[in-house]
Design a protein around this ligand. Structure first.
Ligand code: SF4
Ligand code: SF4
Length: 355
C-alpha cells in the first residue's frame, strides 16, 4: 500500500510518501504565490527518482494551514491530529508536542497511540511564529537560519515584555539604535517566545516525553531556551518539519485500509462513573457518513464505519470509548479554539454531546 501526506503550511510545503508502513521518500519546499501549484510541486518533488508515478499513490491526506486547497487529496485532516500522529510514530513515548509553525504555535497532549487528548493553540497574533522570527531577522539584518545561533552568543539578555509583532519590532529597532548587541536582542526575544510557549504547554500539562515540531524546531537557540524553561530536553526527530506530513500519510494508510461493521440507530458512546457522565451520541438515522466530523476532530474521536446495510456511519473509535473525557476536551473548548468542530461541520445535525 502506498499513501502520502502533504502538509501545506504558511511558509513551507512538505510531502511524505509511505510504502507498507515505512517512509519511502519525502520533500520540503517553500510555499510560492500559487498554493495549488506548490502542492503539485511538493508531491512531484518527493516522487523524483523513485520510479513511482503519481497515479501509483493509493490515498493522499492533506494537512496544514492550506490543507483544504490541496486539489488531489482525498481527505484533509487538521495539523493538530497529524503532528500528534506523526510524532507518536517516530517516538511512541512522546506525550507532549509543541508545534511551532510559520503561522501559529500549538501545544498538543497525546496518548500512547498518538491520539490528541488536549490542545491549545495561539493564532491570535504573529508573535512567536515563524513569520515573526522572519520579521525580526529582517530588522536585525541576520539570515533567518542564523538567528538561533546568534542568540546563543548573548552575554547580556535584553528583556522583552511583549512579543506582539508590532511592539517587539519597534523595541528591537530602539535597542539596535541604542547600540545593544544583536545577540542580546535575539536572546531576549527567544526568551520571551519560550515563556509564551511554556504558558501554552502548561495549559495542556507537560508530560514526558516532549518534542518540538515545525520549522522553528531547527532553531538551536529556541530549542536551548525551551529546554531550560520546560525543564526537559525535547526528543527531536531528524527533520521535525516533516512530522505533520508524516502524520497525514499515516492517516491516509488507516483511511485506505477500510472500515469495520457497526450497528444502526441512535448510539451513545461513553461512560458513566464516579466522575460523572460523558457521552457522545451519533444518530445513525441522520448520519450520512460524510466523514466531516472525522476530519475536523482534533481528538481523533471519530471514524467512519459500515453498518449491516453497508452504509457509512460515524462511530466513536473503540479505543477511546472508556476515556472520552481525555480524547475530547469538550464542545465548548473546541468552539473557542477551532473555526470548525464536529457539530459545526455535521450537515445532518447527527451528533450530541453530554457530560
Ligand atoms: S467537541 Fe467534537 S470536534 Fe471537539 S474533540 Fe469533541 S468530538 Fe472532537
Ligand atoms: S459529520 Fe455528521 S453526517 Fe457526517 S459522518 Fe459525522 S456525524 Fe455523520
Amino acid at each position: 500500500m502506498i499513501t502520502a501526506g502533504v502538509e501545506l503550511g504558511s511558509l513551507t510545503a512538505k510531502a511524505v510518501i509511505m510504502r507498507d508502513g515505512q517512509i519511502m521518500t519525502y520533500s520540503l519546499i517553500p510555499v510560492g504565490f500559487d498554493a495549488v501549484a506548490t502542492a503539485h510541486k511538493v508531491i512531484n518533488k518527493a516522487l523524483e527518482g523513485t520510479g513511482l508515478a503519481f497515479d501509483g499513490i493509493e490515498y493522499i491526506v492533506s494537512t496544514g494551514y492550506g490543507r483544504v486547497i490541496v486539489p488531489f487529496a482525498q481527505r484533509n485532516i487538521t495539523e493538530i491530529s497529524c503532528h500528534a500522529k506523526g510524532a507518536n510514530w517516530l517516538e511512541p513515548s512522546i506525550r507532549t508536542v509543541l508545534d511551532m509553525g510559520g503561522q501559529d504555535c500549538k501545544a498538543i497532549s497525546c496518548d500512547g497511540e498518538g491520539v490528541v487528548e488536549n490542545f491549545v493553540m495561539n493564532d491570535k497574533c504573529a508573535g512567536g511564529t515563524g513569520r515573526f522570527l522572519e520579521m525580526i531577522a529582517e530588522v536585525l539584518n541576520i539570515p533567518l537560519e542564523e538567528i538561533g545561533e546568534a542568540a546563543l552568543q548573548s552575554t547580556n539578555t535584553i528583556p522583552f515584555n511583549t512579543i506582539c509583532a508590532v511592539f517587539a519590532k519597534s523595541d528591537a529597532i530602539q535597542h539596535l539604535r541604542g547600540g545593544i548587541a544583536k545577540s542580546d536582542i535575539l536572546a531576549g526575544l527567544h526568551e520571551a517566545i519560550a515563556k509564551r510557549c511554556l504558558r501554552l504547554l502548561k495549559r495542556v500539562s507537560i508530560r514526558a516525553d516532549f518534542t518540538i515540531t515545525g520549522g522553528i524546531s531547527k532553531n538551536q537557540g529556541m530549542v536551548s531556551t525551551l529546554t531550560e524553561k520546560v525543564g526537559m530536553a525535547p526528543l527531536l526527530c531528524d527533520d521535525p518539519q516533516l512530522v505533520g506530513a508524516l502524520g497525514a500519510a499515516l492517516f491516509a494508510a488507516e483511511r485506505y485500509s477500510g472500515d469495520v461493521a457497526i450497528s444502526t440507530g441512535r448510539v451513545n458512546y461513553g461512560y458513566s462513573d464516579g466522575t460523572g457522565e460523558y457521552f457522545i451520541t451519533v444518530d445513525n438515522r441522520r448520519c450520512d457518513g460524510c466523514g466531516e466530523c472525522v476530519l475536523v476532530c482534533p481528538g481523533g474521536v471519530f471514524s467512519v464505519a459500515r453498518n449491516d446495510s453497508d452504509e457509512p456511519k460515524a462511530v466513536v473509535r473503540e479505543a477511546l470509548r472508556q476515556e472520552l473525557a481525555f480524547a475530547c476536551p469538550g464542545l465548548e473548548a473546541c468552539r473557542r479554539s477551532l473555526p470548525r468542530h464536529c457539530h459545526a461541520v455535521c450537515p445532518q445535525d447527527a451528533l450530541g454531546h453530554s457530560w
